[in-house]
Structures are given as C-alpha cells and as structure tokens.
Design a binder for this molecule. Structure first.
Ligand code: F6P
Length: 320
C-alpha cells in the first residue's frame, strides 16, 4: 500500500471532517500518500482531487460538514459513470479508496468494487444511522443532540401555550433519528416510516392526554412518514386542541460534532487503515456491541438495518 484516495459522499454528517483528519494522519504514520476527491463520487468521475498531508487537515476536527465537499451524484448510478470512476482510480495508481458516507455510499462503493481491484473500505457516516453492519454511524449522535436541544425549547412554549407540537425530524426512509430523539425528548407520540401510520391512534392518544390533564404534547415524526401537515389538521379538527408544526430540517445535518461522533470517526478510521494494510478489501467498518468490526460491502447492501421497535414501546410507557 502506497497511495490512498479519500472521498465523502451523499448527505454530509457531523464528524466527516474528524474522519478525514484521522485517515490522513494515520496514513502519514504509515507513509501512505493521500489524495482527497472533491464533491463526492463526482470528484472521482471528473478526476478532481487535492493532495492531503498531515498539515492539510489541521483545524478541522471540530467543524461540521466536509472540507472535501459532497454531492448526490446521479452519473455514478450509471454504468458509464462507474467505469469512468474505475478508470481514474487506476490512472491515479491508487492502492486503496476510503469512502465516508451513508447507506447510498455503501451501495455505490459495492458497485464500484465490481469494476476495480483497488481496496475499498467504507466509514459509515450519516445522520440517518441506516447502515447495516454498525450500531451507530458517524454524525448520528450529533444530530440527535441537535434535534433534542431544539425540542427542549419547543417543550417550553408547548407547556406555556398548552399546545400540541408536531416536530418533524429528518429520515426520508428510516426512523432511527426519530426514535432516539423522541425517546430522549419525552415525546408523547413517535411516528416512523417503518410502522404503519395510524392517524386514529394518534388522535386517541392526544384526546386521552387532554382528558387526564396533560395539556401539551410533543409528536416527533420522521419526514419519511409524509403526514406532518395532514396530521396537524386532523388533530385540530377532531380533538379540538391547538396544534403547531415545527420542521427542524437541515440544522440537524450541520454543527460541531459531539465527542461521540468524533470518537467513532477516529476508531473507524483506525480500523479502515489497519484493514487495508492487512490486505482486506470491500468492507464497511462499524461498531457492534461496543466492538469495532467490519463486514463485507455485499452483506451490508443485502440487509436492512432493523429498527428497535421496543424503544417505541418504551417511549410510550414513559410518556403516560
Ligand atoms: O443525510 C440523510 C438525509 O438527511 C435524509 O434524512 C434526508 O431525507 C436527506 O438526507 C435529504 O438530503 P438532501 O436534500 O441532501 O438530498
């Protein structure tokens, strides 16, 4: 192993910079040359990169976003795009490629691995926490805490005005963020894409809350449920309480990474570098039951990470 490429891809997540820093510094310890492709897969397709040495990653550990930029690259989903990327990897004489990204990036890396011999490892980083093969992704903890901080403020106004708030958090396909935020914010209702939407049950909960003197409620809903506005209308009309909607949006993607997100970035980077130096390839590193692990890209792509439904039941019990 002499030369490594690094790329951040898909939605940004707090801690991606911590991961870049750790990868570059650990590469320096192992005398590896590093280049960073710009704007995700697009940078590999267009052969757009910068050299990265230990000094180039100074002062970025505490920053959200990614200094390498990122994008959602449609061309990479085509055979032509993948072939261009594979060709550029070869022409740059890369021995390894480390991808920092979420579930879509794992899929992209897997497709690319079929066209090139370069050793590939993925560091799971996404606020959605949706990568199979790791209990937690880089950035998830930061996003949970960002959303929680906002909901704490919303709780103040909800109590003062005796209102029901519907707070929409990110998660187009998965509800990991909604569950963890909902549980820790003490939400009265949590709605996720994995559980069939039952409007009547929500109305019943809010009605019951009002009847026992619980005059304010927080409903945490993942954006992927797609019922935020209609639910607000239905509660006002059928239960007769005042409802307000708050869509937290992209604040959840930015901000300085928490200690946990930086910690995961550091230990995942160490595992990825060590694995590639050991000759392993086609892997996603992760943490499972507190142990740093790796599984194959194929296994990660062919399984869906299960959501712990028990946590929803726990949240319900705690919100009486
Ligand atoms: O990063 C994951 C995610 O935040 C999803 O929860 C969300 O649906 C999506 O990204 C939106 O991102 P973009 O607007 O960048 O496509």
């Amino acid at each position: 192993m002499k030369k490594l490429g690094i790329v951040t891809s898909g939605g940004d997540a707090p801690g991606m910079n911590a991961a870049i820093r750790a990868l570059v510094r650990l590469s320096a310890w192992n005398n590896l040359e590093v280049i960073g492709f710009l704007r995700g897969w697009e940078g590999i397709i267009k052969n757009n990169f910068i050299p990265l040495n230990a000094r180039a990653v100074s002062g970025i550990l505490h920053l959200g976003g990614t200094i390498l930029k990122t994008s959602r690259c449609l061309e990479f989903k085509t055979r032509e795009g993948l072939e261009k990327a594979a060709k550029n990897i070869e022409e740059n004489d890369l021995d390894g490629l480390i991808v920092i990204g979420g579930e879509g990036s794992v899929r992209g890396a897997y497709e690319l691995s079929k066209l090139t011999d370069v050793k590939i490892a993925v560091l799971p980083a996404s606020i959605d926490n949706d990568v199979y093969g790791t209990d937690e992704t880089i950035g998830f903890d930061t996003a949970v805490n960002t959303a929680l901080t906002e909901i704490n403020k919303i709780r103040d106004t909800a109590i003062s005005h005796e209102r029901t708030f519907i707070v929409e958090v990110m998660g187009r396909k998965r509800g990991f963020l909604a569950v963890e935020v909902g549980l820790t914010a003490g939400a009265e209702v949590i709605l996720v894409p994995e559980v069939e939407y039952d409007e009547k049950a929500v109305l019943e909960t809010i009605r019951k809350n009002a009847s026992i003197g619980k005059n304010s409620s927080i409903i945490v809903i993942a954006e992927g449920v797609g019922k935020t506005t209609s639910l607000a209308v239905a509660i006002e009309k059928n239960v007769g309480v005042e409802v307000r909607v708050s869509v937290l949006g992209y604040v959840q993607r930015g901000g300085s990474p928490t200690a946990r997100s930086r910690y995961l970035a550091s230990i995942f980077a160490a595992k990825a570098i060590e694995s590639l130096l050991d000759g392993k390839s086609g892997i996603v590193v992760g943490i499972q039951k507190s142990e740093v692990t790796s599984i194959s890209l194929e296994e990660s792509c062919s399984n869906e990470k299960p959501l712990n439904i028990e946590l929803l039941k726990l949240a319900e019990k705690l919100a009486i």
